[in-house]
Design a binder for this molecule. Sequence first.
Ligand SMILES: [Zn+2]
Length: 278
Amino acid sequence: MKIKILGNGGFYNEGLAYNALAIDGHVLVETPPDILQSLHSQGMKPSQIDTVYISHNHGDHCFGFPFFFFNWLYAGGSDSHYEKQTELVIIGPEGLKEHLKALMRLAILPEHQYLFDFDQRVKFVEIDERSIVSTSGGLWFGFLRTKHFVPTFSLVVGKTGPDKGIPSCNDYLENAIFIYSSDTSMFDGIYKLLSSSARLILCDTNGEEDNGVHMSPRELMAAENQVRTRSSERADLSEYRLSGENDKDRVLGIHLSKKMDRAQGLKFAQPGEEYCIE
Ligand SMILES: [Zn+2]
């Protein structure tokens, strides 16, 4: 699995590309206001995407959707998704579909053709904590509700088995490969994510001191150290986790307020970085 960082900035930030990433070159996670610029600056095109995940309806996660969708649909002329009648899968929480359509109406005109095309070409998958969604490319997605102002879900990603099997909502964390926490203040669910089998966990932190809205590097590393101490008492987990030279950076920060490389022992993911998880 390949995780490409497209941006690492939060709602409040000093000029960073907004928080977004791609999985295996065809899944887009978040559509912030500058998503077209971030895709193109990382050598990607909207047309590569077949699945979009949006964690919640705050503007730094979805205000770029009208521009992404317009370009996804129409760019490429006779080779466009519009001409090929391709379907785009959008996965997100309850209310997101209407929120995206409202943004599209504001972006051009209430009766613009692309609103009709949205209804025809988008398969919307509404999720909650019990959802496990099978996607293209042999992936499955599970979800954990975070502690944020609006319904927001962490994304937990794994690979379907040889028999195309997917885990249940009771054991998906034990089968996780990659996790993106999305926006959250510190809460018990973070311990669940950190205790999972995921080899890479991107966590919401604005990189600053504890503020009750986003996790601070101090809070996050304290939780990770607590989980590690617990898991080191379990041979199966410690052997699994502690193999590999990159293990110390299994947890990375994202959604920053300003450019930072590392704080309190936490490394921050940077635009352009690609993490390959075997
Ligand atoms: Zn938010």
